[in-house]
Design a protein around this ligand. Sequence first.
Ligand code: TYM
Length: 341
Amino acid sequence: MENQAVQTTEKKKETVFSAIQPSGAITLGNYLGAIRNWVRMQESGDYHCIYALADLHTITVRQEPAQFRKNVIDMYASILACGVDVEKAPFFIQSHNPNHAVMAWILDCYTQFGELSRMTQFKDKSAKHADNINAGLFTYPSLMAGDILLYQADKVPVGADQKQHIELTRDIANRFNSIYGNVFKIPEGFIPKDGARVMSLQNPLNKMSKSDENVNGYVLLTDPDNVIMKKFKRAVTDSEAKVRYAEGKEGINNLMSIYSAVTGLSFEQIEHDFDGKGYGDFKTAVGEAVIAEIAPIRKRYEEYLKDKKYLEECYRKSDEFAIRYSSRTVEKAMKKIGFVK
Ligand code: TYM
């Protein structure tokens, strides 16, 4: 009886799914925009969370094999260091679950060329990698849609840059459901109020990204304290020398958003606290707040990296769960389409 009650409450929990590409190290943007929410949702106990390392997505851009392998393990350790706990939320490696490739192909056939052509990430990436505009780069959003739909996710915690992909996922799912009945849950993006779009410290009109050529543009969770402080001290600002949030002050706006996301202080409070103080003081305060937040993560990361066996145990266990869980959706979708079992 008691068990049944537990199961009923379990069933009511919404499912959360999200993933990150293994680029080697997590940026402050990834952390504030997404990973911090992964951990918060996991810890709230209100959701059934499933997370993945989206390594299939990564080969849309050419990878050096040894470095790629290392990046996957480093990134796996980093995410655990941020607080993802596989006992509460499976965290698997996408390529270890063949259902993702199968679902991507199926969804490719329900996604329109025009829809994919409108994706801003495709436009950006094809401009950046003009010598390798491969089909995978183009169909990347249907692989991502499959990731989400396979787990019948209700909520997808991501940064603002993924909003368009989530909207496409909903369109694809609705299209499929309108043909075959209720096969997929229609997911919603879960985009934070603070930190949804962390910008480059060197060019605050661009989002913070590890692919920035200027290393001072991004902060990595693995950066030592003195490097983090140096990057904030060099951050581009403006000539007004007043800490206030306003149009045309993108550098300061970005620093205020980061500071607010890390400390929980409102913009008004920050403006009040730094009234009459210079940018130097403000940059130091932002640097210190960020260091306080991420230095413990770096320490845990170093510990996890020493224990490769433990990392493998974590992903093997999560992989098995992911395969089992997602197989139900693949089987259902294939049956509806008319594949012979
Ligand atoms: P990726 O690996 O580029 O980024 C991982 C997460 O970090 C967020 N993010 C940011 N948030 C705020 N400010 C920034 N500067 C910033 N940069 C990155 C991203 O929005 C993302 O949430 N396609 C995805 C990975 C993916 C996925 C999925 C996500 C694959 N399958 C299914 C959700 C669901 C990507 O490349 O994210």
